[in-house]
Design a protein around this ligand. Structure first.
Ligand SMILES: Nc1ncnc2c1ncn2[C@@H]1O[C@H](COP(=O)(O)OP(=O)(O)OP(=O)(O)O)[C@@H](O)[C@H]1O
Length: 232
């Protein structure tokens, strides 16, 4: 589904260049749930941003559905991202003046959906993640866990091939964190939703099919998790 080959990326800073990715090879298959772990600054977020086409790279290649991303025009890449990918971040990134339903339907409206269809799909997505009652509430009236569920609904509303989650539980207490991971595991298991998630939390990572460990811009380990761990 998504594959990186020999991926390299540096950030030019004032003096020295930071080599954030130093030759990363990684393949994510459809239906997989992959966790990425590693110490702060090892390149996890950079890898996510490059794989999802949010950011460019210096060498190597990213293939999406077998197609090199470098060959896509900016417009096509942007459209591909909007139509085929979902994103969940640590901070929920909901728009404060919009209701739950309005936040979830926004990506569809931006992509040109009819308002009535967008609303129906937003309500379905909220139902799917277990918070239909948040449809008419503003983010500041929701708990952290509820906000993150709404964010997950937003990431799924366009029926994406893959959802990228950067520390989706980073801002949550351990109990709520477990609820959100249960939700993601359930969506993966029941709907075959592909997830790639960055986490610092080993108890979150072990719920994925496999854990990829990074250090200093390279992958140092990539191994399946025990089957029993997925159940939590
Ligand atoms: N926009 C940028 N400009 C310059 N350097 C950057 C930029 N973004 C990241 N870096 C550097 O690239 C390296 C990798 O950063 P990245 O955010 O990918 O790491 P990370 O593993 O996600 O870290 P964390 O777990 O703390 O979020 C770090 O040394 C970081 O300081």
């Amino acid at each position: 589904m998504v594959e990186a080959r020999g991926l390299e990326k540096s950030y030019p800073t004032g003096g020295a260049t930071v080599r954030a990715l130093r030759g990363v090879d990684l393949a994510v298959r459809g239906g997989e749930m992959v966790a990425i772990m590693g110490p702060s600054g090892c390149g996890k977020t950079t890898l996510l941003n490059v794989l999802s086409g949010l950011d460019g790279f210096d060498a190597g290649e990213v293939l999406i559905g077998g197609e090199p991303i470098s060959g896509m025009s900016d417009r096509r890449r942007t459209r591909f991202r909007a139509e085929r990918m979902g994103f969940v971040f640590q901070t929920y990134n909901l728009i404060p003046v919009l209701s739950g339903a309005e936040n979830v339907e926004l990506p569809l409206l931006v992509a040109g959906a009819k308002p009535k269809d967008a609303r129906r799909r937003a309500l379905d997505a909220l139902e799917m993640v277990g918070v239909p009652e948040q449809a008419n509430k503003r983010p500041n009236e929701m708990s952290g866990g509820q906000q993150q569920r709404v964010t997950v609904a937003r990431s799924l509303v366009n029926d994406p091939a893959i959802v990228w989650a950067d520390e989706p539980t980073g801002a949550l207490d351990s109990e709520t964190s477990e609820e959100i991971v249960d939700l993601l595991v359930g969506l993966n298991r029941d709907r075959g939703q592909t997830f790639v998630l960055v986490t610092h939390d080993a108890s979150v990572a072990r719920r994925a099919h496999r854990t990829v460990r990074m250090r200093d811009g390279v992958i140092v380990d990539d191994a399946p998790n025990g089957a029993g761990d997925r159940d939590g």
